[in-house]
Write a protein that binds this ligand. Sequence first.
Ligand SMILES: [Zn+2]
Length: 456
Amino acid sequence: MMYDTLIVGGQYPNFETGKLERAEIALKDGKIADLLPAGERPQAGQVIEAAGKVVSPGFIDLHMHEEEFKNGSHSYDIAQYMARQGVTTCVAGNCGQQNHPIARFRAILEENGGAPVNYILLAGYNSIREGEGLGWYDAITPERQAVILEKLNKELRDGAWGVSFGLEYSPGISALEMTRAVEAVKGYDPFVSIHFRADCEGCMDSLKEMARLSRDTGCRVQVSHLSSLAGTARNMPASLEYLAGEMKENPLLGYDTYPYCAFCTGIGTAVFDMDWREKWGVDYDIILLLHEPYAGQRCTKELYEKVRRETPEAHVVAFAMDEESIRAAIAHPMGLLGSDGGIADGMSHPRSAGTFPRILGKYVREEKALTLMEALDKMTRRAAERVGLSAKGQVKPGLDADLVIFDPDTIADGAEFTDITLPNRGIDAVLVAGQTVVEHNALTGALPGRFLSRKG
Ligand SMILES: [Zn+2]
């Protein structure tokens, strides 16, 4: 057989043996066709040299925020950062926020002839609710609920993979309202992701609310970005202990987390409605501004109040979490990973660009918080299983040729809080469906990524 591509000299993670193993990896028609004994050189359209490198399944980002195609724009921003860090499939539409109806997002991808990465989209419950005129603190009425559930159902019919909630952003969403929404789409076996209701003192109750939803509905529930819920020494140990106990009894429950001590959100959101300085035990200077003319500046009381009043839509970074808690959430054997990446009007956080290489460089190689195989398993096989992607997540014949080739000795994140465009290191190439989308940090322009519909 004439293969399309042969990747030679590399090692791939074999999750059955728990080891990196040598093989020549042959690709054909977008799939992994064969794993051949080291040294074999059958005919192929192209050969990719990978000596000394790991050939991993492409990373699956369980939690990110899709692009907002504004004013008719069809150009990708976040997808490019995803591809450049080795991500080949993204789960978007998180935290209750959906930038476009599913049908529109799908149509844009089709009009573009594809995307740099594969997309899974969740229906954002907050977005649907706000679209019906409900304010953040408003309680639902039966009439409004009926309309919202019909819209939610339409999103699932159109191919949404599940539904997301952002309880902190719309405190008016009660536990009962949320349960009714999940029950209404239960027939789709939805993936349900939840941005918690309250951190700090509210942390344990928030976890319990999410665990209860999973038990009551029998649906998968994903606790989103655990680090931003419980990212301090006061909360992380107890949160991990609670989650581990609950997940043992109910495997439908899970969590993801990202590797930075700061979160990023809109300065005008409900997150900042309460006395957050007291709650987190911090001062205004934990907030880093991202928009001009203040980009790169830390807040004072005056600046904070001015920006919140004048540009509530501005995204800001808040250094509210501690390193030890972040590390514990990443390393915990039951946890999975997601970047929480996204770009709002050009404003972003380095997690959008560096999450996966940062885990492999900082937490695996430098700090040895977890092994390379453990980290890759979380990023690929286990993430695919969690979402329900049977053709992805492993280097095996018959599976999709979504791959990332990297050097385990040098891989590292480049993005910084003041400049997320700095390139990652150690990633040679990223392939989606057998096509190279990134070569040495540069996008090739190929758009083999597709919208992955729950209904196939
Ligand atoms: Zn969130």
